[in-house]
Write a protein that binds this ligand. Structure first.
Ligand SMILES: O=C(O)c1cc(=O)[nH]c(=O)n1[C@@H]1O[C@H](COP(=O)(O)O)[C@@H](O)[C@H]1O
Length: 273
């Protein structure tokens, strides 16, 4: 998957929605627990009901790793289903990895080659040699945490180092990495007002923006400060869509939530002209 394919999907669907598959066995409708793989059964129903409203899916690996081998199998079935049934959709492994180069290479192989995701989230703390192994893969995206949606973001990310906020240093430094055109950056929707400054440093790159929905971020604010001529935004929502209902109509309820966001996104795309 490359940026042109992604933009093509965004224009066709009038949507830059990413649906987070943060599938929690304790929150899925009870009738699915009789299925051989309840998590996959839930994901498949959600994907079938929402694929026309979004351009990306982002399983957060924590929700799968928590169930050990069984969870990893559910993740593997989910990505195989996405790649075979909806190959034009962007798939993001939200794994937030980061380690020395030798180890980072193995993480990159795990998510890009073995599982065949299009993108993976990576933490920047360990620097260049922990990120560049991911960037070696053509037609794959590495999504680097810049300014996250949580309260703890203020512990380090907004601290000034040599007169500049650390998240800005992350953005500027990452642009010097080899194949930096294969980067996207995470900016939390709850920090929309920072997007003006962020766009001065990364005017073109796509931003993955989680935090709309359950965390209270505003889509309008995100678009006002973060949207570019080539859109440049993937806005994620997970719980608000996935758990719109715990009854048999859960997939239809999820589609209604996703459609609400898609319609609002279409308006923003029209506003942009
Ligand atoms: O990298 C992420 O996706 C991420 C970064 C961030 O700053 N904040 C954030 O919430 N996320 C992820 O985005 C998803 C948000 O889920 P909801 O709050 O349920 O919409 C979760 O999978 C988080 O781990």
């Amino acid at each position: 998957m490359n940026t042109t394919d992604l933009l093509d999907q965004i224009e066709k669907k009038g949507s830059f929605l990413c649906i987070g598959l943060d599938t929690d066995q304790e929150k899925i409708p009870p009738h699915l627990l009789d299925e051989p793989d309840p998590i996959f059964a839930f994901n498949k129903a959600i994907i079938d009901a929402t694929h026309h409203l979004c351009v990306a899916y982002k399983p957060n690996t924590a929700f799968y790793e928590a169930y050990g081998l069984k969870g990893w199998e559910s993740l593997s079935r989910t990505i195989e289903y996405l790649n075979s049934s909806y190959p034009h959709l962007l798939t993001i492994a939200d794994a937030k990895r980061g380690d020395i180069g030798n180890t980072a290479t193995r993480y990159a192989e795990a998510f890009f080659n073995d599982l065949n995701f299009d993108a993976v989230t990576v933490a920047p703390y360990m620097g260049r040699d922990s990120v560049e192994p991911f960037l070696k893969f053509p037609d794959k995206f590495t999504i680097l945490l810049a300014l996250t949606s949580n309260a703890g973001a203020f512990d380090f990310q907004t601290r000034e180092v040599d007169g500049q906020a650390l998240y800005k240093i992350v953005l500027e430094t990452a642009l010097t990495y080899e194949h930096s055109d294969r980067l996207m950056f995470v900016v939390g929707a709850t920090k929309a007002e920072f997007l003006k400054e962020i766009r001065k440093i990364v005017p073109e790159h796509f931003l993955l923006v989680p935090g709309v929905g359950a965390q209270g971020g505003s889509l309008e604010e995100v678009c006002k400060y973060g949207m570019t001529d080539r859109v440049g935004l993937l806005v994620n929502s997970s719980r608000k869509i996935l758990y719109a209902s715990r009854e048999k109509d859960f997939a239809e309820a999820a589609a209604r939530e996703a459609e609400g966001l898609q319609k609002a996104m279409k308006k923003e795309l029209i506003k942009r002209g």
